[in-house]
Design a protein around this ligand. Structure first.
Ligand code: NOJ
Length: 596
């Protein structure tokens, strides 16, 4: 007897995003049209046909705004300008027009928690005295010991640590050269946090939203959506700073559950459905902001949307970001963090579907992005639930073949779940993480701020291989081109897009087939119930979505295909008469006689 149908209200949502497959473009590493070794907007435009053919519905572009690139563009100096390294506003408009012409929606990144220190506002703040309106746009404070007339302010205002490592406060120098106030930056020193208690900040960000909505974008991916509001009084907090709630900064020990605390000395407030974990993440006040933005988007036609980047747990707290009057979606990082583990994946799936249902929203499914080790490499580690903060040549090296085999299977799972799926550029080619990047090539501030303890995120940001026989594996389409901004590993050669195109067993064709079946069987807007074969304790994940039975084998022995089913698609075999689902694979099955 199949188990109860788990509510999937996304199926009732008519908006395009409710079941969309969104392809994440990391512009500096996607495609380089001008030959400078760094991707650009014209490069994106040139590849839109490829994305259309892949079968995705939308693209999300990581930041391409004017920026000193201290955090690869997540340090914005001008929210309304395109950085010259990526092109011009005209290039953006041309890209948008072509995408829309192909029926692809376009989501852009919004970075509202912090600006660049080179933003005009921050420059003005530095040039203005303490207590001035210019300083009120950011979070400036005197040092802890800096009472008026006494103390020298040597201590930062509180003990918060930057998510990239090191203190979350930097001391300023006043225009007359004397040491001055401190400013808060949850991330790099060059990313000062905005003060969301200031109405001027609200007005400015609304105006930025309108600027891009007026140009025609379909939505926003909201960076650090859980970080904008800080607890009143900025109280000390003994917990460790991390993007992921409850996750310790530094290397995640193999065998620890993500979210586990590896250092017993560090007391944490455990997040509960009613209370946040830290004084600077997931504060209840953030929701007021998203209600304001919801209203702004509602003034525009065409189902404009927002998707929250909020590393929040438990799932009930994440669901608060997607209440009817807030954002439309939130990334489901619990699914990403589950690793190659049927029991954990099953919990993540069910929690997400159930909690999204309570607020009438659809779920999202994500396995990789520009901040995490690519799943084709994570799943090849001895413990495939490990979530390392980058991999260096001194670290355990993943089994590339095993990782890719499992990644292909996990992808079939994620693309068959009801809701919206996010695909990170290059995963459709089966790209691994670059796990042996020389330290001299690294650029991620988290590598430097942790003195190398975190290897950082460069390994998942390596420029894509488009042509196996071209310099830089065809990353640049220009006649003459500089070397890609990060070196590519030799394995990128055999994974180049041109070698996979039309090759039935390739990962690229697997994605195309899966996306095609997802559309033909309307899986994104489908229903969900665990199937008879579901046995997570033995590594078997099995669910029914409309006419398709999905089985993934994360266990150690082959699992029989139920009688009366034919294979539509398998992650390791061509469609055929499989009698069992081998270890480390997944299949789409259909009852004989109901095939499309
Ligand atoms: C999350 C982004 O995804 C990441 O790349 C960035 O470093 C931080 N937010 C800070 O903006």
């Amino acid at each position: 007897m199949p188990q109860a149908v788990i509510p999937t209200p996304g199926s009732e949502l008519a908006a395009w995003w409710a079941d969309a497959v969104v392809y994440q473009i990391y512009p500096r590493s996607f495609s380089d049209a001008n030959g400078d070794g760094l991707g650009d907007l014209r490069g994106v435009t040139e590849r839109l046909d490829y994305l259309k053919r892949l079968g995705v519905d939308a693209v999300w572009l990581s930041p391409f705004y004017r920026s000193p690139q201290a955090d690869a563009g997540y340090d914005v100096a001008d929210y309304r300008a395109v950085d010259p390294i990526f092109g011009t506003l005209q290039d953006f408009d041309a890209m948008l027009e072509q995408a829309h012409g192909l029926g692809l929606k376009v989501i852009v990144d919004l970075v509202p928690n912090h600006t660049s220190d080179e933003h005009a506002w921050f420059q003005e703040a530095l040039a203005s005295p303490p207590g001035s309106p210019a300083r009120e746009r950011y979070i400036f404070r005197p040092g802890k010991d800096q009472e008026p007339g006494s103390g020298d302010g040597l201590l930062p205002p509180n003990n918060w640590q930057s998510i990239f490592g090191g203190p979350a406060w930097t001391r300023t120098t006043e225009p007359d050269g004397t040491p001055g106030e401190w400013y808060l930056h949850l991330f790099d020193t060059k990313q000062p946090d905005l003060n969301w208690d200031n109405p001027e900040v609200h007005e400015e960000m609304e105006s930025v939203l309108r600027f891009w909505l007026d140009r025609g974008v379909d939505g926003f991916r909201v960076d650090v959506a859980h970080g904008l509001v800080k607890e009143e009084g900025l109280p000390d907090w003994a917990g460790a700073a991390a993007m992921v709630e409850g996750q310790q900064a530094g290397h995640h020990e193999s065998g620890d559950a993500p979210g586990a605390h590896t250092d017993a000395e560090e007391p944490h407030r455990a997040p509960t459905p009613d209370a946040p974990a830290s004084p600077y993440l997931d504060q209840d006040g953030v929701h007021e902001i998203y209600r304001e933005w919801h209203q702004v988007l509602a003034e525009y036609d065409g189902d404009r949307m927002m998707v929250a980047e909020a590393w929040v747990e438990p799932a009930e707290r994440l669901a608060r970001y997607i209440r009817k009057d807030e954002m439309q979606q939130a990334f489901n990082f619990d699914f990403l963090l589950a690793g190659w583990d049927a029991a954990r994946m099953a919990v993540a799936i069910e929690d997400s579907l159930v909690s999204a249902a309570t607020v009438g929203a659809s779920s999202t499914w994500v396995l990789s992005n520009h901040d995490t080790v690519r799943h084709a490499s994570r799943f090849g580690l001895k413990d495939p639930t490990t979530f390392p903060k980058g991999i260096g040549k001194e670290d355990e090296q993943p089994d590339q073949q095993l990782g890719l085999t499992r990644a292909r299977a996990a992808t079939l799972v994620s693309l068959a779940l009801p809701g919206s799926a996010y695909v990170y550029q290059g995963e459709e080619l089966g790209l691994p993480e670059h796990t042996t990047l020389p330290d001299t090539a690294r650029q991620d501030p988290s590598f430097f701020r942790t003195l190398g303890a975190e290897r950082g995120r460069d390994g998942c940001r390596v420029p894509l291989p488009w042509r196996s026989d071209a310099p830089g594996y065809g990353f640049s389409s220009a006649q003459q081109s500089a070397a890609p901004w990060l070196p590519q590993p030799p394995s990128f050669g055999e994974l180049a897009a041109d070698l996979q195109d039309g090759v039935e067993s390739s990962t690229l064709e697997l994605y195309r087939s899966a996306l095609d079946l997802r559309r033909r069987y309307s899986l994104g807007s489908g229903s969900f119930s665990w199937a008879d074969a579901h046995d997570p304790g033995n590594g078997v994940l099995a669910f029914q979505n409309r006419d398709v039975l999905v089985m993934a084998n994360m266990g150690t022995v082959p699992v029989a295909v139920p009688e009366g089913y034919a294979v539509l698609l398998s992650s390791i075999y061509d469609v055929g008469n499989l009698a069992s689902v081998p270890t480390d694979s997944a299949v789409y099955l259909v009852a004989t006689g109901t095939g499309a």
